[in-house]
Write a protein that binds this ligand. Structure first.
Ligand SMILES: Cc1cc2nc3c(=O)[nH]c(=O)nc-3n(C[C@H](O)[C@H](O)[C@H](O)COP(=O)(O)O)c2cc1C
Length: 360
């Protein structure tokens, strides 16, 4: 009894200490140049994952998602850990689910630097990273080690797939299938990223015949790879820059193909909210606070069109419990964050978990 109490007290002290250290690290990182700070954060999170101690999500509002029960609905969006270098550290932060990638079949360097810009006054980022990543083989090696460690038991792990820049658009489906095949045994779900604005032509795949072909072949491959066992779910990630006709047509195709879910949204090309900022005219996708309303609107429109049992992951400009609750009210089943995590650090996850468990 006494030693239990001492243990609990010790844990409380440790938790508080960790929270303070994370805040301190965050304050240092946010003042470094963006990409340097990003790499330092990934290294720090990787080191945190190597330390002993439990790797589990924070307890919050439990939610059924893709056939599993998540301990909380807050996830990390794709793009932060493109190469799955810090999965255990990110899981230790307490996310209910973590999405790694975008990964492409072959390694590629991405766009020339600088390619990531902070618009602090708007709590926003502009990026034109261009899928810089080490390729599916490197990711597979890391995820094999994570799985073998047996430490990632209750955090759902998604893998976000893309195409190489030099793969012709008409062969794009092949790239998605290479990613799925190589990583099939290691992922809890896949995301087809058709919505990055930084790979020329990619967003065209969200439309018409190109989407139909992609979804059809992905579904075929999913059945084949499952080999009689239950399939690894596949989700589609869309841009926020879609008109009502686009949304109608994508929703119809998603329903017809029986894909397992939708992620809305990626970054926007629109700059209205940040006009006049010194970085406003940088090419790339804008994320963070300027997306809050736009992404929630897209989620609401898709929710009205998609079958009720097809879950939507709401992402875009979520930085407060109120934003999170509004995105859930718009029809999202679970949420993801990226930009707010950069600005506010790991302690934000606890705030959002608490805020969605006990909404005001
Ligand atoms: C620097 C950066 C890199 C990103 N890279 C990816 C990526 O590789 N794949 C992807 O699907 N989304 C990527 N995203 C988009 C995010 O996953 C997310 O959809 C978007 O930023 C909106 O969420 P937020 O407002 O919380 O940042 C990236 C975003 C940023 C800021």
């Amino acid at each position: 009894m006494c030693s239990d109490a001492a243990n609990a007290l010790g844990q409380l002290g440790w938790k508080r200490y960790t929270r303070v250290m994370l805040k301190l690290a965050q304050n240092i990182l946010i003042n470094l140049p963006p990409e340097l700070s990003h790499n330092a954060a990934i290294n720090g999170l990787n080191a945190m994952g190597q330390l002993p101690g439990p790797v589990r999500p924070l307890e919050g509002k439990k939610v059924a998602f893709l056939g599993r029960e998540l301990a909380n609905p807050i996830g990390l969006a794709a793009g932060l850990d493109k190469d799955a270098q810090a999965v255990l550290g990110l899981a230790k932060v307490g996310f209910g689910f973590v999405e790694v990638g975008t990964v492409t079949p072959r390694p590629q360097p991405g766009n020339p630097k600088p390619r990531l810009f902070r618009l602090k006054e708007h709590s926003a980022l502009i990026n034109r990273m261009g899928f810089n990543n080490q390729g599916v083989d490197a990711m597979a090696g890391r995820l094999e080690r994570v799985r073998q460690s047996g430490r990632l038991s209750s955090t759902l792990l998604g893998v976000n797939l893309g195409k190489n820049k030099d793969t012709p658009l008409e062969c794009a489906t092949d790239d998605y299938l290479i990613g799925m095949t190589r990583l099939y045994a290691l992922a809890d779900y896949f995301t087809l990223n058709l919505s990055s604005p930084n790979t020329p032509g990619l967003r065209q795949l969200q439309h018409g015949g190109a989407l139909a072909e992609l979804l059809g072949r992905v579904k075929e491959a999913q059945q084949r790879l499952a080999n009689g066992r239950s399939v690894v779910p596949v989700l589609l990630k869309v841009a926020p820059d879609l008109d009502d006709e686009d949304i109608d047509s994508i929703a119809t195709q998603l329903a017809a193909s029986e894909l397992e879910g939708l992620i809305a949204t990626n970054t926007t090309l629109e700059r209205r909210a940040v006009q006049g900022h010194v970085h406003a005219d940088e090419a790339g996708g804008l994320s963070g606070a300027p997306l809050t309303q736009k992404s929630a609107d897209v989620v609401r429109k898709f929710r009205a069109k998609l079958p009720a049992n097809m879950p939507i992951v709401g992402v875009g400009g979520i930085s407060t419990p109120d934003n999170a609750v509004a995105m859930l009210a718009a029809g999202a089943k679970v949420l993801q964050i990226y930009s707010s995590f950069i600005y506010e650090g790991p302690n934000l996850v606890q705030k959002l978990v608490t805020g969605t468990d006990n909404p005001k």
